[in-house]
Design a protein around this ligand. Structure first.
Ligand code: MF3
Ligand code: CO
Ligand code: CO
Length: 261
């Protein structure tokens, strides 16, 4: 499959799916407190998506390819030095933790994918910095999206900013086209050179989701087949939006309710 250009009807469905994904992050916010387990957060999100939104949690039983066991839960929860794809379970969140919650819903056949960091109490400066840098890197990446810009332009601004802040960019995972499929072409790298790679066209939808480490960029996968951690155990952070290339710029499809017009 090549890059899909969404029709106006498909874009409307992407807007709905994106809004629902952001609504889940809004809904779960008051529960993300010291003492809660990541498994409890998963159950609350699962029930909300299935019962209130009448949507499908895309991660549940998802297999990106051979070699991956099906993902066993409905959201990803990645704590402290976990980079991404953390599996919710018995872990109790405690003061000083940072956690990424990554939500992907399917509504009417279309996907919305968004994640954000949460702080439990007051985390160490290094961990808060990783989150702040990941957020700003994502925003800078989104800001260059318009017809005629390239994927390399996006990767370049993200990498340049993150490295200027003495953080590193994880290379092994990237943003992705999104639509009827969870992970479509193209791959949206969070590093690169200006003017290189695919040229953006109105109607493309993809995610920008930089994973930023406070230390080195090396990662490894845990034996659960999913969880990615930093090799040096430095804190890692990620923020993610699903975006649409518009006639003259970009529309963020996964804005939180308080940021919508
Ligand atoms: N939501 C992740 C992303 O942003 C993918 C998670 S795959 C899963 O692409 F199976 F772990 F859910
Ligand atoms: Co994604
Ligand atoms: Co995601």
């Amino acid at each position: 499959m090549s890059i899909t250009i969404k029709t106006p009807e498909e874009i409307e469905k992407m807007r709905i799916a994106g809004r629902l994904a952001a609504d889940v992050l809004h809904m779960i916010t008051p529960y993300v407190k010291a003492g809660v387990t990541t498994g409890e957060l998963d159950r609350i999100c699962h029930d909300y998506i299935v019962n209130e939104q009448q949507a499908i949690p895309a991660p549940l039983n998802y297999r990106p390819g051979p070699g991956y066991p099906p993902f066993p839960k409905s959201i990803c929860t990645s704590v402290n030095h976990q980079v991404c794809h953390g599996i919710p379970g018995d872990r109790v969140l405690k003061n000083g933790d940072i956690v990424n919650i990554d939500v992907t819903v399917i509504k009417d056949g279309y996907h919305g994918d968004t994640s954000r960091m949460f702080f439990i109490g007051e985390p160490p400066l290094k961990a808060r910095r990783a989150s702040d840098v990941a957020y700003e890197a994502m925003i800078r990446g989104i800001a260059v999206v318009r017809p005629g810009a390239t994927l390399g332009d996006i990767g370049h601004v993200i990498q340049t900013y993150a490295e200027s802040q003495h953080c590193s960019v994880v290379r092994e995972f990237c943003g992705h086209g999104i639509g009827r499929k969870f992970h479509e072409e193209p791959q949206v790298l969070h590093y690169g050179k200006p003017g290189t790679g695919v040229r953006l066209v109105q109607g493309m939808t993809f995610t920008i989701e930089p994973m930023i480490n406070a230390g080195g960029r090396s990662i490894r996968q845990l034996n659960d087949g999913w969880t990615i951690v930093t090799k040096d155990h430095s804190p890692s952070a990620q923020w993610e939006h699903t975006v649409l290339v518009t006639e003259d710029g970009v529309e963020i499809l996964t804005l939180m309710p308080e940021d919508r017009g």
